[in-house]
Write a protein that binds this ligand. Structure first.
Ligand SMILES: *[C@@H]1O[C@H](CO)[C@@H](O)[C@H](O)[C@H]1NC(C)=O
Length: 246
């Protein structure tokens, strides 16, 4: 009895929850995310119960917006306008199509992915609030597909996992801390400073030895003449070859 009641309530509400989670495209080609785009798998063979005339939208939201997300705020309204995202619109709706474009049959060679953020011509055009424009920052973003019959939500997928975009510096190679200086950068600077100090000490030592070479009466005062005076100190025959190469 209770399941039946829930079923009735569900159909009265009219929103079908599809057990599908949007995912980034599986590809070995790379470039699935850039600094302003990402590539999703098309939701093929998912919206099988909706009518042919129903329009399937992609919703792109900031993660904070999904808990109390209102499906009834329609595409093209100020709260869902690309140009206002993410400052005054917590989400936008784009890439509207019908299920005919997400078929079950897979014709080989067909494009089965969606590039989100690929349309640059409408980025600032307020008359095109459903623009598939470049994403405004590194994210992360969460997306879902929502089917609308007119303005009435009829079916939706789950929200995707958070999708972070690339930043100008790859976070994996240069971890950025709060102060803006990375640990790697500090380590590198330290190592370079030490190396520079050693080099400077060596240079000073060389000058000192050279000084004592010219002032001293003979070469017998040095412990290791070959180490510091190779260029000029040719008393010994075997040093001719290496010094010539230097
Ligand atoms: C998508 O929406 C735009 C604006 O609402 C409309 O002009 C266009 O015809 C729609 N395209 C499809 C395939 O539904």
């Amino acid at each position: 009895m209770l399941p039946l009641l829930l079923l009735l309530l569900g159909s009265a509400h009219g929103l079908e929850k599809l057990d599908y989670t949007p995912t980034l495209a599986r590809s070995t080609l790379g470039g699935l995310t850039t600094t302003s785009t990402f590539v999703l798998e098309q939701p093929r063979c998912i919206f099988t119960n909706v009518e042919d005339n129903i329009v399937i939208w992609l919703v792109v939201a900031v993660p904070e917006a999904i808990d109390n997300f209102n499906n009834s705020v329609g595409p093209g309204t100020p709260k869902r306008a690309f140009q206002r995202f993410p400052t005054s619109a917590p989400a936008y709706m784009t890439l509207n199509t019908t299920r005919i474009n997400y078929p079950c049959t897979n014709t080989s060679g067909a494009i089965t992915v969606l590039r989100v953020g690929s349309e640059t011509s409408c980025t600032r055009d307020e008359s095109r609030p459903t623009c598939n424009g470049p994403l405004p920052g590194p994210g992360p973003y969460r997306v879902k597909f929502l089917a609308l019959e007119g303005s009435k939500p009829v079916a939706e997928t789950n929200w995707s996992a958070p999708i972070p975009l690339r930043t100008a510096q790859q976070p994996s190679s240069i971890p950025v801390t709060g102060s803006g200086h990375s640990a790697g950068m500090i380590a590198l600077t330290t190592i370079l400073s030490i190396l520079f100090a050693i080099l400077l000490a060596g240079l000073v030592a060389m000058l000192v030895f050279r000084g004592s070479d010219t002032c001293g009466s003979s070469g017998s005062t040095f412990s290791k003449p070959e180490a510091v005076t190779v260029g000029r100190y040719n008393t010994h025959h075997v040093y001719d070859q290496p010094s010539a190469r230097l």
